[in-house]
Design a protein around this ligand. Structure first.
Ligand code: NAP
Length: 285
């Protein structure tokens, strides 16, 4: 089983990475350092997570110590939605690079297909009128659906095909159609919230717990694994990159031990065949 995904750019992305959303101040640095020691080489960052400078400290330290070389790392960051205007992109990308203490990123994604009006930083509760009219066209790529991808790919004069689409995916939102569509178009896919984001800040009363699902627990038990490991393995076996977030050393280590077992076809069908549907990351007015 490949531990890398080949990108259309001929780059190679480690299939398993560490998510860093909500890795809070004081925790992100330690988490990234520990993860590098465990063997993680792919880190999913974003300007919006407001922790890139801590992550940068951790990367610099491990690079200086010679634990890892820059070319072994795969660092992703994302353009926040208030910076979609062409004139704003370079400056905010440079801020990310300065915070991460790097001179290049391996992948730079648009955090969302929709731009917000420049200025306000975090309109997580978005009024639809605050969506900017810039739309998709000049930049890409995270949270794109099939129609948005088609519109982008058919843009006259498109010079570079996007390398990756980062989308929410777990057994209650398997995204089969979108993943197959991206892979057919030669666009790699990364699954976020792969564990169902158990501590999601905007949790609703009906928030799912994949860890409590009896069928997922049963599959984990059969393999002598934890539910989290089954959820990560599910994405790897679909050739989808996966970025579970953790700042807890025990979880960081556990989430990396997913290359020593294989889910059967029947188990994959069960994990992708739930009737229950739940989207964690949804824009709300
Ligand atoms: N492109 C986008 O729009 C977008 C949106 C959402 C997320 N993302 C990216 O995807 C990453 C992952 O998504 P997510 O953070 O929302 O959710 P997630 O990875 O599904 O879940 C993270 C939560 O699970 C806990 N956890 C991790 N490993 C565990 C284990 N082995 N056992 C029990 N609990 C465990 C973590 O707590 P501990 O820290 O205590 O381990 C954390 O609370 C983000 O961090 C971010 O990098 C991207």
């Amino acid at each position: 089983m490949a531990t890398y995904l080949e990108l259309p750019t001929r780059g190679r992305m480690p299939i398993l990475g560490l998510g860093t959303w909500q890795s809070l101040q004081g925790a992100a640095r330690g988490a990234v350092k520990f993860a590098i020691d465990v063997g993680y080489r792919h880190f999913d960052c974003a300007y919006m997570y407001q922790n890139e400078s801590e992550i940068g400290d951790a990367l610099r330290q491990k690079l200086q110590e010679g634990v890892v070389r820059r070319e072994e790392l795969f660092i992703v960051s994302k353009l926040w939605s208030t910076f979609h205007e062409r004139s704003l992109v370079k400056e905010v990308c440079q801020k990310t690079l300065a915070a991460l203490q790097l001179d290049y990123l391996d992948l730079y994604l648009m955090h969302s297909p929709m731009g917000f009006k420049p200025g306000r930083f975090l309109p997580l509760k978005i009024k639809m009128k605050e969506l900017n009219s810039i739309g998709i066209p000049t930049l890409w790529f995270s949270n794109f659906n099939c129609e948005q991808i088609d519109r982008l790919l058919s843009k006259p004069g498109l010079r570079h095909k996007p390398a990756n689409n980062q989308i929410e995916s777990h057994p209650y939102l398997p995204q089969e159609e979108l993943i197959k569509f991206c892979q057919f178009k030669g666009i790699s896919v990364t699954a976020y919230c792969p564990l169902g984001a158990p501590n999601w800040p905007g949790s609703k009363p009906d928030h799912i717990s994949l860890f409590d699902d009896p069928q997922i627990k049963e599959i984990a038990l059969k393999h002598n694994k934890m539910a989290a490991q089954v959820l990560i393995r599910l994405q790897i076996q679909r050739n989808v990159s996966v970025i579970p977030k953790s700042v807890t050393p025990q979880h960081i280590e556990e989430n990396f031990k997913v290359f020593d077992f294989e889910l059967t076809e029947e188990e994959m069908e069960t994990l992708l065949g739930f009737k229950k549907r739940y989207r964690i990351c949804a824009l709300s007015e």
